[in-house]
Every structure is written in structure tokens, then in C-alpha cells.
Ligand binder design. Structure first.
Ligand code: DON
Length: 310
């Protein structure tokens, strides 16, 4: 057994034992019923070797992790013009905060807070029907993960569509500054559906590989994005990927990472591995509690923090 296999096996066993699991998100009613005891971890190294354990093949709602892929896709469509509509500074605020938007005249701080991700979705939607835009996003994820079985959980999307009053407020507010081009309901429809994409840790770790290897899928050799773009997306993940928990995540884990309220985290160890973890219970900032602890242990034991040491 390789060192990585052993470390993953140990961490999964330790996390499954723990009783502190955080709180499962309930503001999207369909997510409230997820088993808080679920735990999965998948790590794919540069050679394509997979180390995984626990519920690493169970699909979960990737939620905000989808924002990494919509950002990548939108940058591919319109390039750096994207940054005219959304900033790239950490917000220091919760993911669904409204106050900052007023001070900054409807321009969201970064593409990972909800307001920023809604702008990115709106960019992808322009010139398309909502169904087409959504199909493009889903196919992009299927391509990255090399898995055409990845789908959208329609019940989760419908659940958020019914209850997403806060996102409606954010979107309408931005619309009042003409920051959104498309009808609010169209943009939000696409946004709720891409957040409702369901994937397993294994599929997610596969999809993140290009970020760990200078924009290239090391198994196929195919370039997904230029190395410079991969580096920059990683930088935004490090500084903004966990909202007002981003500093703590960098301090403890030391990797670019993106969380979702479904309890997943995608983390990138540049040059080394793409990592996905899932534990549905969240901390106060809305990030997976055990997911972060597991990643902290992984980077310590493997010496993978981008800041060196262990
Ligand atoms: O818009 C929302 O609130 C959700 N669809 C996504 C939020 C999310 O995942 C925040 N991440 N931790």
C-alpha cells in the first residue's frame, strides 16, 4: 500500500469515528434530508492513481463547487473581460451577503460569493436559451470528469427555486444596476440548476485535475485552460473559495479549495493531486466541518501545503 493509500484510509477511519459533524444545510429543504454521517474522500495524483475511501462513490449536491467550473467556462468564453463585471478580492462576508453589494454599486466582490456566481452564470447565458447554457455547463463537467453519467438533481434545483428568496434579492438588486443582462428568472434558473449538479468525490476529483496540473489533464494530455489561467483560478480559490472562512482554510489546510453547502470541498495540491471530500455537516461559515479537518490532516501527513512544512 502506498503512503497516500494509507493516509487516506487512516483519515477516513478517523473521520467516520468523530461525533462533531457540524450542521447539515436546511435552507435548501431538499438538502436537509442528507445523512450527516456520510463521509467520502478521493485523491487522484499526477499519475492518475486514485486513493479513495468511505462514501467516495456516492453522489452529492456540489452546490457552490460548481462555481469553479462556471468561472472556468465563462473565462473560456469571454476571457478577461469577465473582470469588468465581477471583482476578485476576498469578501470577508458570508456567501449570500447583501450589504457589500450596495456599497460597491452592484459589482460583486468575487465570482464565488453567490452574487458573483450569478453574474458569471448570466455571462454564460447571454446569447443562449437557459436550457442550452445549462447543457453546456453540464457537458463541460462531464468532459472534465470523463464521465457522461453526471446529471442534475432536479428535485434539489426545484427546491432551491422555490425557496431562493435571498438569491432573488441579490439578482434583482444587481439587475437594478444593469449588472445582469438576462431576465433574472432565466439567470437564476440556470444558476440553481448548475448548483444542483450531483457528483461523487471520485468524479469531482477527476474534474479538478486540470487545476492541479497547469491547466492540462495529465492522463489525456489535453489542455483545458492555459497554465496562467489555472494558476489564477487556484489563486481565487485560495483567497475566496471558503467565503469568510477562507483565511482559516488557508491557515489550516494550505491549499486552494472550493466548498459547497452540500458538504463537498474540492481542493487542489498544485503539481501533486486533485482532492475531493464530502461530509454534509457544515461549520458556521457554511463550509464542511469534517471536510476541512480531513483536508488539514491530509496536507499535514503528506506535506502538501503550498506554504511548505507540515
Ligand atoms: O445559492 C446558494 O445559496 C446555493 N445554491 C449555493 C451556496 C453554497 O454552496 C455556499 N457554499 N458553501
Amino acid at each position: 500500500m502506498s503512503k497516500l493509500d494509507q493516509v487516506v484510509k487512516d483519515i477516513v477511519a478517523e473521520m467516520q469515528e468523530r461525533s462533531d459533524r457540524g450542521e447539515v444545510a436546511t435552507y435548501i429543504p431538499e438538502l436537509a434530508g442528507v445523512d450527516p454521517k456520510a463521509f467520502g474522500l478521493a485523491v487522484i495524483d499526477a499519475d492518475g492513481q486514485l486513493a479513495c475511501g468511505g462514501d467516495c462513490d456516492t453522489s452529492f449536491s456540489i452546490q457552490s463547487i460548481s462555481k469553479v467550473f462556471t468561472l472556468t467556462f465563462a473565462l473560456g468564453m469571454i476571457g478577461d473581460r469577465l473582470w469588468r463585471r465581477v471583482g476578485r478580492e476576498p469578501s470577508g462576508s458570508p456567501f449570500n451577503s447583501i450589504v457589500q453589494l450596495e456599497r460597491e454599486r452592484g459589482i460583486p466582490r468575487n465570482p464565488f460569493i453567490n452574487a458573483g456566481a450569478i453574474v458569471v452564470t448570466d455571462l454564460i447565458l447571454s446569447g443562449h436559451q437557459p436550457r442550452e447554457a445549462l447543457g453546456e455547463i453540464l457537458r463541460f463537467l462531464q468532459f472534465l470528469a470523463d464521465d457522461s453519467s453526471i446529471t442534475i438533481d432536479a428535485a434539489v434545483a426545484a427546491s432551491e427555486n422555490r425557496t431562493g428568496f435571498r438569491n432573488r434579492a441579490l439578482a434583482n438588486y444587481m439587475k437594478s444596476f444593469s449588472v445582469l443582462e438576462n431576465p433574472v428568472d432565466f439567470t437564476l434558473g440556470v444558476y440553481f440548476h448548475h448548483c444542483a449538479i450531483a457528483m461523487s468525490c471520485r468524479q469531482l476529483a477527476m474534474a479538478g485535475r486540470f487545476l492541479a496540473h497547469h491547466g492540462r489533464n495529465p492522463s489525456t494530455g489535453l489542455l483545458v485552460v492555459q497554465p496562467e489561467r489555472a494558476r489564477r483560478i487556484n489563486a481565487i480559490m485560495l483567497t475566496c473559495g471558503h467565503y469568510d472562512g477562507s483565511g482559516e482554510f488557508a491557515y489550516r489546510v494550505g491549499l486552494p479549495g472550493k466548498s459547497g453547502v452540500g458538504g463537498g470541498i474540492l481542493a487542489i495540491a498544485p503539481g501533486r493531486a486533485s482532492i475531493a471530500v464530502w461530509s454534509p455537516g457544515l461549520d458556521a461559515a457554511g463550509n464542511s466541518h469534517l471536510g476541512r479537518l480531513a483536508l488539514e490532516e491530509l496536507t499535514k501527513r503528506m506535506g502538501w501545503s503550498i506554504f511548505g512544512g507540515n
